[in-house]
Structure formats: C-alpha cells, structure tokens
Write a protein that binds this ligand. Structure first.
Ligand code: PLP
Length: 399
C-alpha cells in the first residue's frame, strides 16, 4: 500500500512549490501577497464568448460529443487557422482537447519510445521536460541566450540533432521570455530541421495573439513542404482569456491527429461540450477585443521594464510577445537583505520578494534558467505598478 509507480520518480518536484508554500503561510497569517506568478490574463472572457457558453447549457449541449471535438468547433478551428495563419487543414487534420497541455502531453505519449530525444530550447515552459520524461523520452535542453534576444541559434539547434531526435519544440511567443521569432529566423530553424526526415516540429503557438512589436509567424505557413512533419498547437486560454475553460486545439498530419484522438478516447474523451461551443464562438467571432487588450498589456510591459531599468542589479530583454518579463536578477545575488540573509539563488531572490515586497514571482530555475525570475503582467495595472514600486524598494535595500 502507498506504493507509487517508478514513473513518478522521473518527474521532479516543482521548484515553484516552495514559493507557493510561503504564499499560503503568509496568507494564513493575514499577509496578502500580489501574485505575479500566474500564466494567465486578468481580463474577463469577452462577454459574447461567455454568453455562448451559457447558451450552450440552455440549449442542452451538455452531452458527450465526438472525441476530437464537434464538427462546428473543428470548422471554426480550420477557419481560424486559415484566416490568421494561412494554414489549410482538413477535418481529420484538427483536434480539440482539454487545453493545449493535453495535446502536447498526448503528442509525446503517441510518438516517443524509450531513448527518443526531444529538443527543448531553454528557458522553456515548465511542463515540457516532465511530459517528455513521463512519455519515456529524453529532453535535450538547448540553452538560448539573452544576448540573442533569448532566441535559439540555428547552429546550436544543428549541433543538438542526433539520430534519436524525434521533435524540436518551437514556442513563439515564448513563455517565459516573451521572445518572438520573426519569419526569417523561424524559417532558418525550419531549414536546419528539414533534412532530418525523422524530426518533427512542435509549434506551440499558444501566445499567437499576444504580440507587440513583430509579426507572428508559424513554421507550417513558412515551410509548407514540411507541413506533414509539423504539429501546430494553439488554444483559447491566452488569446481569449479562457484559461479555465480548458480548450486547446491543433492541426497536423492525419496519422498523428488520429493517434491523439485514440489516446483521448481512452482517457478524457471530448473536452467539455460547453467549452467547445464557447470556443467555437470565440474563434469565429474575431479578435476585435485585442485592440483594447494589447495597449493595456503594452502599458503594463512598460511599467515592469521601467522598474527593471531603474533598479540596480536587475536587467531584462524587452519581451515582444506574451505577458512576461524574464528578468536577470544575478546582480542582486550574493547581496545581503536588511535581516542579514545572503541571497544565493533565484529561489532566494523570489522568496525575499515574497517576504519584503509581498510579490509572488516564479524563479527562473523552474524554466531551466537559474539567476532569473519571471514577472507576469497579466494583472490589474494599478496593482502591477504598486508591486513594481515595492520590488524596487526591496532591491534598493540590499547591501
Ligand atoms: N504552452 C505554453 C508555452 C504555455 O505557457 C501554456 C500555459 O501556460 C500552455 C502551453 C498550456 O495552455 P492550455 O493548456 O491552457 O491551453
């Protein structure tokens, strides 16, 4: 009794757990903390989308659907891919799942054999390496550098490809760095991968709509000749502020989509029928609300960047997309807090921010980039400004 399967030993405890514990302890003692650690926007799901969900319940759309999603939703996904990304998929080349997260997980489960490698440019989203390991594969972490705008260098990608490589993950806009690959740079990475027939591209486009300075590009549209080896992943979580609805989708070769369908049919079945109808409304209703959201996010980005630039010991590359500033805090390390503690690591720094500034951040080590913290700016602008002021004060107090 109480015995876990060995696979549970393959995944590490989240480095964010310590921070979350401290948040809970502080909250229990009556100290409120502002959370700049969440990967979601504070905006309400746009009213017409939420209303579509309510209408779905009233219309009795509350039963099982086709595992891969309703025909109506799949048509809306295909139209969105066509209009926004210039991608053409047939009905059997798209699938809807319980978040992009389920698609990524199932794609690894469906394709990785023991010893198969997945190239993960770092800093990376926290879940990729653990998902790869759970599926029996080996994550091959390839560092990207702030000096290159946190973008993967083609020569570093080329050097990482081996006969065991099955996938390369390309996540633009990037979590946690906000880096966005312009078409030419993304195309150059595709060209490195192209000659390796066994290597597929996982394009994680979940932040596609949140772009400030560059134009979004996606591998399958740039290199149609490679389309049969590309899984293009997106979802409504970030673009439509619908994280809680749990609805992601993907377009790719029919053999892979069929495998994702089979895995889903034996695990979760269809994503929520209500969420599917709300997502259908979202994808077919256009993204007009972004005209309102993007200027707000741009203003918030400026607030965080101003704080970083005016605080000795902090530094950051301007994020061109998503809603994170990935700040280098190494200039604050090996310094002493007013209570006499020496900050050794990014986790120490994040803990100090929690205690001294009452701001929760995710340490960079969670994204495989120690010496940094991720500052999410998907929160109310006034709250964010107050958080930044407190963080600045806390940094200035270091000796
Ligand atoms: N990919 C990246 C890079 C993310 O940051 C996230 C969410 O934080 C996801 C995928 C998963 O999104 P969802 O499962 O909500 O669609």
């Amino acid at each position: 009794s109480g015995r876990l399967a060995p696979r549970m030993g393959m995944i590490g405890a989240s480095p964010t757990a310590a921070i979350s514990d401290t948040v809970r302890t502080l909250a229990a003692s009556g100290v409120t903390v502002d959370n700049l650690g969440e990967g979601e926007l504070d905006f309400e799901t746009p009213a017409p989308i939420a209303e579509a969900g309510i209408a779905a319940i009233r219309a009795g759309l509350t039963k099982y659907t086709a595992v891969a999603g309703t025909t109506g939703l799949k048509d809306a996904i295909r139209a969105y891919f066509r209009q926004r990304n210039g991608l053409d998929f047939a009905q059997n080349e798209v699938i809807a799942s319980c978040g992009a997260k389920q698609i990524i997980f199932n794609a690894f489960l469906a394709t990785l054999d023991a010893g198969d490698e997945v190239i993960v440019p770092t800093p990376c989203w926290v879940s990729y390496p653990d998902m790869i390991r759970l599926a029996g594969g080996t994550p091959v972490l390839v560092p990207c550098h702030a000096s290159n705008g946190w973008k993967l260098a083609p020569e570093d990608l080329a050097a990482a490809i081996t006969p065991r490589t099955r996938w390369v993950i390309l996540n633009s806009p990037n979590n946690p760095t906000g880096a966005v690959y312009p078409a030419a740079e993304l195309g150059a990475l595709c060209d490195v991968i192209a000659p390796h027939d066994n290597v597929m591209i996982m394009a994680d486009d979940i932040y596609e709509a949140i772009v400030f300075d560059t134009t979004f590009a996606t591998p399958a549209a740039l290199r149609p000749a490679l389309a049969s080896r590309i899984l293009t992943i997106n979802g409504v979580s970030k673009s439509f502020s619908m994280t809680g609805w749990r609805l992601g989708y993907a377009g790719g070769p029919s053999w892979l989509i069929a495998a994702l369908d089979t895995l889903q049919s034996q695990s979760t079945s269809n994503p929520s029928s209500i969420s599917q109808d709300a997502a259908r409304a979202a994808l077919s209703g256009g993204v007009g609300f972004l005209d309102e959201w993007l200027p707000i996010l741009r203003r918030r980005r400026a607030i965080v960047m101003d704080m970083v630039r005016t605080t000795p010991g902090l530094d950051a590359v301007l994020p061109e997309g998503a809603f994170y500033v990935f700040a280098d805090v190494s200039g604050c390390l090996n310094r002493t807090t007013p209570s006499g503690q020496v900050l050794r690591t990014d986790v120490d720094f994040a803990t100090y921010m929690l205690e001294a500034a009452r701001v929760a951040l995710v340490p960079g080590s969670a994204f495989r980039a120690p010496g940094h913290v991720r500052i999410a700016f998907g929160v109310d602008t006034d709250v964010l400004a107050a958080c930044c002021a407190r963080m600045h004060t806390a940094c200035m107090a270091l000796q």
